[in-house]
Write a protein that binds this ligand. Structure first.
Ligand code: SF4
Length: 239
């Protein structure tokens, strides 16, 4: 392990500890892996509230995932409309449920708990519409496997912090961040980064003046001017 890698590991650890101090230890909420897969497809390009309404509607309308799989697609689309992009997500959910059944003979992803994690990722990403983020969410959230999901918030915040380079894609960031963080911290670090990205390190203008981890942040250090205030902060104060 080279010096730079060790420096980044230390930095990630400090950031993780500060985020825990700030936001606390996230509560674990566990769905079975098939439910998590459906939930993650529903969450694409929408917020948590709309996702949850659509997920609840789907569960209320159909007694099982087999029933969702075998229903007329129009019925699935109708149920998940609150999530948006229902015309894409409905067929995508059914295709994934059909693919699992075809490969495994039944709708069950529990076998992924016993595969080496790289094989489990490869299996999931062979399903149409399942990329590295969705695969990692299913493995980490449902099966407690060491996979680190990188969504848009995690990608943006870790990029600004300098844990990943400026040209690293979200897809590439999965493997890089897994090497910086101990597996037992993946869950809390992932969720606290998302929380930080939503509340403080926002997509448009980050609220650095409120940020608990700015002392570790490359973006903040770059924008710091001699009197100790960042140009971002000055901008904020002028508004
Ligand atoms: S200092 Fe600013 S850019 Fe850096 S993590 Fe905090 S809010 Fe984001």
């Amino acid at each position: 392990m080279n010096e730079e890698h060790e420096r980044l590991r230390q930095k990630a650890r400090l950031i993780h500890e500060r985020l825990l101090d700030t936001y606390g230890q996230p509560e674990r909420q566990r769905l079975d892996p098939v439910s998590e897969l459906v939930c993650t497809i529903l969450s694409q390009n929408t917020n948590d509230l709309n996702r949850d309404v659509a997920y609840a509607a789907l569960r209320a309308r159909f007694p099982s995932w087999e029933a969702v799989r075998d229903a007329p697609v129009e019925d699935v689309i109708e149920a998940i409309r609150p999530a948006g992009l229902a015309n894409q997500k409905g067929p995508r959910i059914q295709a994934a449920l059909h693919a699992i059944t075809a490969e495994r003979g039944r709708l069950d992803l529990g076998f992924l708990a016993d595969l080496p994690v790289e094989e489990a990722k490869a299996w999931l990403t062979r399903l149409n519409g399942v990329g590295p983020k969705t695969a990692a969410i299913i493995l980490l959230f449902s099966l407690d496997r060491p996979a680190f999901p990188v969504d848009t918030h995690v990608h943006r915040v870790t990029g600004r912090l300098g844990l990943i380079g400026p040209r690293v894609t979200a897809e590439q960031a999965h493997d890089l961040l897994e090497e910086l963080i101990p597996p037992q911290d993946y869950y809390a670090f992932h969720l606290n980064l998302i929380r930080h990205g939503r509340l403080v390190c926002k997509a448009g203008r980050p609220r650095c003046e409120l940020c608990a981890i700015r002392e570790y942040c490359d973006y903040y250090q770059r924008s710091t001017i001699p009197n100790g205030l960042s140009t971002e902060v000055k901008e904020t104060e002028r508004r």
